[in-house]
Design a protein around this ligand. Sequence first.
Ligand code: ATP
Ligand code: MG
Length: 362
Amino acid sequence: TSPEKKRYNITLLPGDGIGPEVVSIAKNVLQQAGSLEGLEFSFQEMPIGGAALDLVGVPLPEETISSAKESDAVLLGAIGGYKWDNNEKHLRPEKGLLQLRAGLKVFANLRPATLVDASTLKREVAEGVDLMVVRELTGGIYFGEPRGIKTNENGEEVGFNTEVYAAHEIDRIARVAFETARKRRGKLCSVDKANVLEASVLWRKIVTALAAEYPDVELTHMYVDNAAMQLVRDPKQFDTIVTNNIFGDILSDEASMITGSIGMLPSASLSDSGPGLFEPIHGSAPDIAGQDKANPLATILSAAMLLKYGLGEEKAAKRIEEAVLVALNKGFRTGDIYSAGTKLVGCKEMGEEVCKLVDKMM
Ligand code: ATP
Ligand code: MG
């Protein structure tokens, strides 16, 4: 008798450029890892971004957002491309992603910078790096009011934005960060600019107060300028970093490059209750789309994060992470991480190799 299978609904949003190539591979890997751990996935593939604009004239169709909301997790490829670059603001592919995040109410963005295998790397400083940036995604200066461009009393144009954070917004992102640190190495560094920004003063106060609930997590604070410098100087000192929307945007891009290629790094965006959104950090890479050159590992590792953070299926996630490591150890490389002595493969072959290896893990 076979044990009862756990069923999950996954919405796939391939999007544009290399998105469809890498998502189709990640789907195969998910299916493979899931079947070995008694999980059954029902996949719903929906249009978003430029693909949706071409199909129905909007970047996030009603059917797409409702499918995403009803699912257990959402796996996104990438959005955008030259073709739509001159569209009006509300008809830009990227608008679809902003609307998707808002619709799913995802507020916590988790971005690991983990060096999967040292041989993909050129710089010594990165050896052993394994850190996670937890970025607040829905508040702060990107969304604060008032904002705009107005003419001042001297008749000169003035552009302005406002950094706004409510206590509850800081509290909920800090909780995600403490929980994340607890699952990792128990160290949390909160990054702010409390010496000059009022929102940062409140940020530091609330994060500090919350530390009492997490006595097992060691909390430190760092100003953002210092953090930017420390990330380059000695990234190994970090475990989990929590920060606001704009600082997180910048620091997570900086952190990701420590480990080598943009084609290797996944991300997760989580809400309080609904499905999480999982996607590679890279864009749609229109320059290599459709040529079987894209590195699918970022999306494959996003699928592993989907299992771990979205569904709580840590064993299936682990299978995928280990399969990726073994594929790299065997020398499999897409063009973005290729170097002498390794084996240059395309997107498909890399995907097939990981799928095969998923089968052999544990
Ligand atoms: P976006 O605005 O959507 O973030 P972007 O302009 O920042 O896009 P990407 O689309 O991520 O940039 O591409 C930047 C460069 O990295 C391109 O040269 C692209 O070919 C390369 N690149 C991105 N993703 C991958 C990948 N998965 N595999 C190989 N190369 C990639
Ligand atoms: Mg980019």
